[in-house]
Design a protein around this ligand. Sequence first.
Ligand SMILES: CCCCCCCCCCCCCCCCCCCCCCCCCC(=O)SCCNC(=O)CCNC(=O)[C@H](O)C(C)(C)COP(=O)(O)OP(=O)(O)OC[C@H]1O[C@@H](n2cnc3c(N)ncnc32)[C@H](O)[C@@H]1OP(=O)(O)O
Ligand SMILES: Cc1cc2nc3c(=O)[nH]c(=O)nc-3n(C[C@H](O)[C@H](O)[C@H](O)COP(=O)(O)OP(=O)(O)OC[C@H]3O[C@@H](n4cnc5c(N)ncnc54)[C@H](O)[C@@H]3O)c2cc1C
Length: 639
Amino acid sequence: MEGGDHLAHERKKAQFDVEAMKIVWAGSRHAFEVSDRISKLVASDPAFRKDNRPMLSRKELFKNTLRKAAYAWKRIIELRLSEEEASKLRFYVDEPAFTDLHWGMFLPAIKGQGTEEQQQKWLPLAYKMQIIGCYAQTELGHGSNSSKWWPGGLGKISTHAVVYARLITDGQDHGVHGFIVQLRSLDDHSPLPGITVGDIGMKFGNGAYNTMDNGVLRFDHVRIPRDQMLMKVSQVSREGKYSQSNVPRQLVYGTMVFVRQTIVADASCALSRAVCIATRYSAVRRQFGSQNGGPETQVIDYKTQQSRLFPLLASAYAFRFVGEWLKWLYTDVTQRLQANDFSTLPEAHACTAGLKSLTTAATADGIEECRKLCGGHGYLCSSGLPELFAVYVPACTYEGDNTVLLLQVARFLVKTLSQLGSGKQPVGTTAYMGQVEHLMQCHCNVQKAEDWLKPAVILEAFEARSARMSVACAKNLSKFTNPEEGFAELSGDLVEAAIAHCQLIIVSKFIEKLQQDIPGKGVKQQLGVLCNIYALFLLHKHQGDFLSTGCITPKQAYLANEQLRALYSQARPNAIALVDAFNYTDHYLGSILGCYDGNVYPKLYEAAWKDPLNDSVVPDGYREYIWPMLKQQLRTARL
Ligand SMILES: CCCCCCCCCCCCCCCCCCCCCCCCCC(=O)SCCNC(=O)CCNC(=O)[C@H](O)C(C)(C)COP(=O)(O)OP(=O)(O)OC[C@H]1O[C@@H](n2cnc3c(N)ncnc32)[C@H](O)[C@@H]1OP(=O)(O)O
Ligand SMILES: Cc1cc2nc3c(=O)[nH]c(=O)nc-3n(C[C@H](O)[C@H](O)[C@H](O)COP(=O)(O)OP(=O)(O)OC[C@H]3O[C@@H](n4cnc5c(N)ncnc54)[C@H](O)[C@@H]3O)c2cc1C
């Protein structure tokens, strides 16, 4: 069966308008059109080829990335792309590069922490890429006095960095501040005097994140002009006097709030990509289960396959919508900060940190699950999944280790609870804590499986679980005379409470999305199915929490699982259309298993022959090593 659309019969089963769903996924018709146009532009340009990445040596790979970055920049200028279009171009080129840190962290750090004057001086240079910057925060060892280690773009390319270091004036330590430091000559790219800089070495996986020059940096008596300290939050005068503006010190960490928000949006992209591959392949693949000599069963029809795949499909949509909301929250907090209203910064920090942690962890695990869902072929580089996994997993570590971030959320929750006593009403994502008395004693009234489809029932169960877990932590903490000792001792429980709170946010934002007007035949209904799958899957997975806190009974847990199975059956006919709605090109997916037409086997066969090992029938090394061995054995056998 060659050519044609091998998934056409699956596409016909869809019970909703796929084109309308594409717009919901993209966020708006405009966003869809931009994304669609740019994805095709990238896919049709051979300069953006990426299928050879796993085969290249580090040096070839890196040079190739530099070529692509320069070419991409040239196209951006030639085509006069807007910032939105350029971001989409970067997204579809699908290759981590120094440009990410330049645009994603160096520029935002100057915008967020630089004075007007500093912004006027540095931003135009950075926008035109006349300087290239990175973000140097992490150290090789602990403290802020050894060597910088890890910053992307630092190793080989950046001319400048925003370096985070302790500010000491008159012997007094004022804590960590950001400084713009020139690292390399703008003429011959050599490091400036006193600066040692280089790449930290090969990272996990072939291709993958090795396109990035993560670097090491040491300073030896390097002087920088005073006005290169980022001075929005605090200043040093010509006379060396330190002063602080009337803004919270935490603004120094503002770049992280911005980037974590983008990482949540990226999680939905990486997960949806893996899910698209696994779903299409699961519909193509037939294995066992033939009845009366008919065709074997498509593996997507096995309930076990569905119970592993569909929660990931639902998670991809859930992360998409929570990412959209987080972008709104970030825009809101930025506007408030500009008007000197800092009241929502702690919540924005807790939400970005917690959701970054949850979505990246689930996405990393989800990509690996998708590899397993594709059986043996998932392990081939041509499935696209090994490289996707290798490039994605550091998201659990960078921009803050996921556990460390959950501890930040836990601190925020404990603080919110402790302020209830003083009459301060929690708002935003912690508003439910205002009903803590009700949530501590409410009973779930689910009596039959379908009762679990009611949004109010789901929300109350998640709110009660989260509130009860946080309150239990707060009670246990109060038994310690030293709060920090208590926090350290109970950190495992605190992390679980933070997870419960963040899961509630994701579920509630999905439910809120469904309350909006969503056009398109059957679109809202399908999203409703996915929302319920997401919530009930979490409830099933964490039923220990729900049962031990007394939020639901064992019978209700059983009914939730029964409802979940029914939802999988509802999702099944729509599965292919739901991944088509991501509108990914075959170039972006980079996967034979996930190709749009489902013509997997001939393509796998063809790709195998393109492997360099198959360039010759007899491989290099055979004559040198194997042939003499065989000869030796023959001689021995004859003896
Ligand atoms: C080839 C193609 C080319 C195409 C070309 C196209 C060209 C054109 C294309 C154009 C397109 C552009 C594309 C762009 C792509 C972008 C992609 C981006 C990629 C990014 C990749 C990411 C890379 C990764 C980068 C990194 O990895 S960068 C390093 C990040 N490092 C961390 O993340 C450390 C974690 N640790 C903490 O975050 C700790 O928090 C710590 C802050 C240390 C403090 O720690 P400590 O001093 O101990 O203080 P605490 O006690 O913790 O906090 C004390 C008090 O402050 C509070 N508070 C702590 N935080 C914060 C905070 N944020 N905000 C607010 N408050 C905070 C806390 O609530 C507490 O409040 P209170 O309770 O007092 O009220
Ligand atoms: C691919 C990649 C790109 C990166 N890019 C950049 C960049 O551009 N710029 C930059 O500055 N940095 C960058 N980083 C560094 C990154 O931000 C750090 O690795 C990350 O913040 C984690 O810090 P760490 O490595 O010091 O881990 P550690 O803090 O040493 O964590 C090690 C372990 O200790 C645990 N742990 C640590 N502290 C606590 C605590 N308080 N309580 C409980 N457990 C704890 C963690 O959970 C973890 O299990 C990058 C890292 C990677 C992998």
